[in-house]
Design a protein around this ligand. Sequence first.
Ligand code: GDP
Ligand code: IMO
Ligand code: MG
Length: 423
Amino acid sequence: MPIDAILGLQWGDEGKGKIVDYLADSYDIVARFQGGPNAGHTLKFDGRKYVLHTVPSGIFREHITSLIGNGVVIDPITLQREFENLDTAGVEYRSRLYIAKKAHLILPTHRYLDLASEADKGKEKIGSTLKGIGPTYMDKTGRNGLRAGDILSSEFRQRYNNLKQKHLGLLKTLPAVDFDLEKEEKNWFAAVDILRSLHLVNGEYFINDQLARGKSILAEGAQGSMLDIDFGTYPFVTSSNTISAGVCNGLGVAPRNIGEVIGISKAYCTRVGRGPFPTELNDEAGELLQKQGNEFGATTGRARRCGWIDLPQLRYTIMLNGVTQLVITKIDVLNVFEEIKAATHYYYNGKNQSDLPFDLCDVSVVPVYEAFRGWQQTLDAAREYDDLPQAAQHFLRSLEDYLSVPITMVSTGPERERLILKK
Ligand code: GDP
Ligand code: IMO
Ligand code: MG
């Protein structure tokens, strides 16, 4: 059985949580392979809403085993809060959740550093979620980090203190920011005790063993391909490989194990935080997308920037990921529009181009749009693909033609059941 991957193809928040929750029903295991609590994945069912940051989005399906892979960075404090929410919801997770010992830990001082580095950048800041992601991955590649498995070592406190001292030294070179380190540390060690009581495993053996037993696995991406550390709009990116290649080093599996690559895109486009966004709309249409889509961050509550769907951008991320199926979410947000647009090309260096330039931060590209007629009706009654209005079907067919990938699902609302499967 191969591992299928599900990934965001834009700048995050494409609706990964909802689709993973739906698809999880037909898998045995759901595994997160990168990112950390900068992710906010929203699930809605039975009239309730849940937001997950580190725990894989299959957790609400009782038969599912969940793995937090080695490529993830874990903040024990956030994880503890997620557990409290699961407890309140009456979800049993202890027996079904496994954590890779090689996953790196976010220390309180990583968050402190994130805050101070962003303050230092001033107007040039990335717009980080301030969850300590950048500093933690820096310590990982700088070979200084602490890993989940290290909490079992008798030298853990000492190693923690050494790293903390290093961070305090760095903080002296950065602007002073408000951070109650003593309080955060107290909470952190209490949360580490909870982490110690969970299944900490050698994730790479765990997952390969499950593969050998024929278990079906869904790898859940966080963020989006345009936030990938290598291929995103650098430096306005996150610090992990968010693309399908990240599944291999984020779980410890060989490339030949990857099966379907399910790419998710909104029917339009959003971005939270700073950085280039070619199709951004700073007008009434942008405001309407934001209002209809309720575009506020699931992690930080920040307003998301909105614009039309960007096909050169999607062609790029479909190529990087080897996407085999496309899922279009939030198509209902377009219901009110008389006219809908899709950027088909970028105009730069004197001509229309399909490829992205080396640096979207440097080259100002002008999107070339194709306009589509809106359907201006609700999709509430649509259960099958053929129930969708002709104008919506035409829009979707045009996306498939431009992108050369079949659309297999269309999401028409935040709830679990608002999903149309397309043959
Ligand atoms: P993720 O980070 O990719 O999991 O996405 P988020 O959860 O951060 O953001 C997606 C938002 O859109 C959430 O509030 C979802 O409940 C909501 N959502 C998902 N699919 C749909 C849809 O098809 N229509 C509408 N209107 N909302 C959706
Ligand atoms: P999900 O999984 C949207 C953005 C931040 C910022 C940049 C760097 O919910 O789609 P970081 O915290 O990594 O230092 O932030 O990346 N960002 C996200 N935007 N969705 C996310 O996750 C994001 N995770 C990080 O806003 O611009
Ligand atoms: Mg999100």
